[in-house]
Every structure is written in structure tokens, then in C-alpha cells.
Design a protein around this ligand. Structure first.
Ligand code: ATP
Length: 434
């Protein structure tokens, strides 16, 4: 399959089946904003739950947080964002379109071939006003990253959980960046969700923990079934590091439009805690068992929910040809797929079959996210479920009425087996935990 075709197919599948819609579509949309439909919202929930389970709940030393989107604007002075959260911008002197300077090759406008003006720095933070007066004193920002809420709550969390180093504070939440150019579907958005971990370590141990998180995070993707050959590390050259970073490595994915950042892992040093101490005049140093006070260093793995959603969809997309035509299958890990199971009555016009299938559906749906489908013939229902990544399809047929067994059909192998209805829950629990 041609790479660019895959992207087109994913965009069309997402619209047709209710994963992603352009925001405010009835008004012509708004660049860089996307809404998630009935299946997309389930996919996003599953991604966030999986991240939270593996990064917070399965670990002894990581604690969760949910801070606000709007902070006291001093936060952004201390973090350096009001001055430095900028991208280089170049404007075309003819058509006045604006481009990120690092995304254009020469002095020519990629749209109209006009001449590009000199580079200016453009701050990506969205501005707003808090309260009824639109005065400079009330100016605030929509957060462009979630981690500052973690740094400002550092002492609160330390005082409540009394952790030892190393320990982490994790947060999932909305981020906003007024990107100069958006595009490639949900890859680069102006509103998106971030999953960030700030991992506090002893100074001097930061490089060791940085390497640890590189390995852990790469494994996270391969555990989800993402093709290892399409993942690689990109080491940021020293001269292009963000103002707070000692080292940054991106985990890149080979998108249809080329290799690009999926996740960023940064060694933020003690920059943030030190600066917040300076600006707030509150001592944000950590006191260890010996009574020594110091600023811990921070290793930060940071991932966008929309970005990984796109990767999962692209990586899972498969087409298979048989004598009935093309079978489109989203080979998503069942932990992530919007529906794990679909239940069908063999024939929708046989009340006995429908009643039995409904019983099976009601038994499974409180435990697993389960779909009901009784439209068209079984073949069509299988195709519809394959296309959205549903892992198992269960059919109640005439034999079910006699011996209380159903068929279970596997999405990837298309093999079928028969199982007693009262064994279904255990069967799926075992499959999902393996
Ligand atoms: P770039 O250089 O591509 O603008 P960045 O290096 O500024 O990106 P980070 O600050 O490292 O990005 O962001 C951490 C993660 O958040 C990214 O790896 C990505 O998964 C996600 N992310 C960042 N910006 C966006 C965006 N505009 N839309 C969607 N996801 C984003």
C-alpha cells in the first residue's frame, strides 16, 4: 500500500465510523481542532487508562495529579514560557501565509513561491483573561504543557505522600499550543491531550534514570503491538535543546509523511523547581532521609494522546484480499480497541435467537466494552467489526438454543470455536490479561 494512501484511508475510516470529526464542521471547521466521535472517545479512554495503569497504578513510586489548565501567569514567567516558548516563524511577503522556519527549505514560499520575510519568534501560548476586565493585569494563558502544574504542586504532593527519591508525579490533561501550521490529520493540533510523567531523581543519577525511561517507554509501544521497525530514537543536537533541557531524545514513528516525533523524553534538570522557588520565594527543595536539602533533577516522558491514537490507527490498518473483495482490519491490541467483543443473533428476525443473544450481551457488557449488531448478514457484521478493531465476535445460532453454546470468531485469524455461555467471562478475562 502506498504510504500516503494509508493516511487518506485512515482519515476516511475515522470519519465514516465515528472516530474523529473536524471540530465545528458545520461552520467549515477550525484549523488544528478535532472532535472525537463514539468510537474515538472509547479509543482515547482506553489509551489514557492503559497509560495510567502502567505508568501510575502498577508502580509503587508514581503518584497522580489533576491540576488546572489555567495557572497564575507567574508560573509561565518562572518556567520561561512567556519568553521562550516560541517557534521560528516566516511570513510570505506575497500571500502572507505563515510557516515554521524549520519546516521550509529556502527563502521561497511553499504555497505561492513568493519571497519569505526574515525569521521572527512567535509565542505559541494561547492568551485569555481571568475575570470581567480585559486588562493586562488579568492576562492568563491556556497551558501548553501539563507539567508546570506538577512543579507548582511539588511540595503539596511531597508533604502528603512523603516519598523517597526516585519518585514520579503523573498527569493527563489538555494542552493548547497555537501552532503556526497544523496538519497531517490529528498529528499536530492546537488543542490536544498530554500524558506526562515528571520523575524526580537525585542529581547525578539523572543520566542513569534517563536511559531507564528511554528503554521503558520504547517497551511500552512494543507491548502494545506497535511495529518495532517503525520506531526509533532521535537524539536532539545540543544546540537545538529547549531552554530547560540537558538532553532530549524523541521516540519517532515512521508516519506515512516521514519519521516524526511520537514522544519526547527530556532531562529537565532542576531548572523548573529552582526557578519556581526563585519566583515564588517558596523553598521547593527536597529533604532526604539524612536531612539534606536539594533540588531533585527531573526526567520527563511526555506523550500526546492524539499522536499515539494516530500511530495506533496507522500501525493497525491492514487490508486483505479474498474472493469476496477487500477485508479491512484494524489489528488493534484488544486492550485499546473501542470494543473488545460484538454479539450477534444469527438472524435478526428470529425472536428466540435475539432474546438469547441479548442475554449474552447483557452478561458481558458490564465487564467488557461490548457492541450489539443485528444489521445485515453475519458476513457483513464481521466486516464492520473487523474495520473498527473489535477483537471477538460472538454469534448465537440455533445450536445455542439447544446446548447454551455460542461461536466465538477471532478477528485476526478468523477462526471460530464454540464455548458455553457461562464460560465466556472467564475466557475473555484470561485472554485480556495474557
Ligand atoms: P514539535 O517540535 O514537533 O513542535 P515539541 O518537541 O514541542 O514538538 P513536546 O513539547 O516534546 O513537543 O511535546 C510532547 C509530546 O506532546 C509530543 O511528543 C507529542 O506527542 C505531543 N504534542 C506536542 N505538540 C503537539 C501538537 N501540537 N499536537 C498533538 N500532539 C502534540
Amino acid at each position: 500500500m502506498v504510504a500516503s494512501n494509508v493516511m487518506e484511508k485512515i482519515v476516511s475510516l475515522c470519519k465514516r465510523r465515528g472516530f474523529v470529526f473536524p471540530s465545528s464542521e458545520i461552520y467549515g471547521g477550525i484549523g488544528g481542532f478535532w472532535d472525537f466521535g463514539p468510537l474515538g472517545v472509547e479509543l482515547k479512554h482506553n489509551i489514557k487508562n492503559y497509560w495510567w495503569q502502567t505508568m501510575v497504578r502498577n508502580r509503587d513510586e508514581v503518584y497522580g495529579l489533576d491540576s488546572t489548565i489555567i495557572h497564575n501567569p507567574k508560573v509561565w514567567q518562572a518556567s520561561g514560557h512567556t519568553l521562550s516558548f516560541t517557534d521560528p516563524l516566516r511570513e510570505c511577503k506575497s500571500c502572507h501565509k505563515r510557516f515554521r522556519a524549520d519546516h521550509v527549505k529556502n527563502n521561497q514560499c511553499p504555497e505561492c513561491s513568493g519571497k519569505l520575510a526574515e525569521v521572527k519568534q512567535f509565542n505559541l501560548m494561547f492568551e485569555t483573561y481571568v475575570g470581567p476586565a480585559k486588562e493586562t493585569a488579568n492576562k492568563a494563558y491556556l497551558r501548553p504543557e501539563t507539567c508546570q502544574g506538577i512543579f507548582t504542586n511539588f511540595s503539596n504532593v511531597v508533604d502528603t505522600v512523603q516519598p523517597k527519591l526516585p519518585f514520579g508525579i503523573a498527569q493527563i490533561g489538555k494542552g493548547f499550543r497555537n501552532e503556526i501550521t497544523t496538519g497531517n490529520f490529528i498529528f499536530r493540533d492546537r488543542e490536544f491531550e498530554m500524558m506526562e510523567l515528571e520523575y524526580f531523581v537525585k542529581p547525578g543519577e539523572d543520566e542513569k534514570w534517563f536511559d531507564y525511561w528511554l528503554k521503558e517507554r520504547l517497551k511500552w509501544y512494543t507491548d502494545l503491538g506497535i511495529n518495532k521497525k517503525k520506531l526509533r530514537f532521535f537524539e536532539h543536537p545540543k544546540k537545538s535543546l529547549a531552554h530547560y533541557s540537558k538532553r532530549t531524545v524523541d521516540i519517532e514513528y515512521q508516519f506515512p509523511f516521514g519519521w516524526a516525533e511520537l514522544e519526547g523524553i527530556a532531562n529537565r534538570t532542576d531548572f523548573d523547581l529552582k526557578n519556581h522557588s526563585k519566583f515564588s520565594k517558596k523553598d521547593l527543595r527536597f529533604q532526604d532521609e539524612t536531612g539534606k536539602k536539594f533540588y531533585p533533577f527531573v526526567v520527563e516522558p511526555s506523550l500526546g494522546v492524539e499522536r499515539i491514537a494516530l500511530v495506533l490507527l496507522l500501525d493497525a490498518y491492514h487490508e486483505e484480499r479474498d474472493n469476496k473483495g477487500v477485508r479491512v482490519v484494524l489489528q488493534l491490541n484488544p486492550k485499546i480497541s473501542p470494543y473488545k467483543i460484538a454479539v450477534f443473533p444469527l438472524l435478526a428476525n428470529k425472536p428466540d435467537l435475539v432474546k438469547k443473544a441479548r442475554l449474552v450481551f447483557d452478561k458481558l457488557r458490564p465487564v467488557f466494552h461490548t457492541a450489539w449488531d443485528d444489521i445485515g448478514n453475519i458476513g457483513k457484521r464481521y466486516r464492520r467489526q473487523d474495520e473498527i478493531g473489535t477483537f471477538w465476535s460472538i454469534t448465537c445460532d440455533f445450536q445455542t438454543l439447544e446446548d447454551k453454546t455460542v461461536t466465538i470468531r477471532d478477528r485476526d485469524t478468523m477462526k471460530q470455536e464454540r464455548l458455553a455461555i457461562d464460560k465466556l467471562t472467564k475466557y475473555f478475562e484470561n485472554k485480556l490479561s495474557s
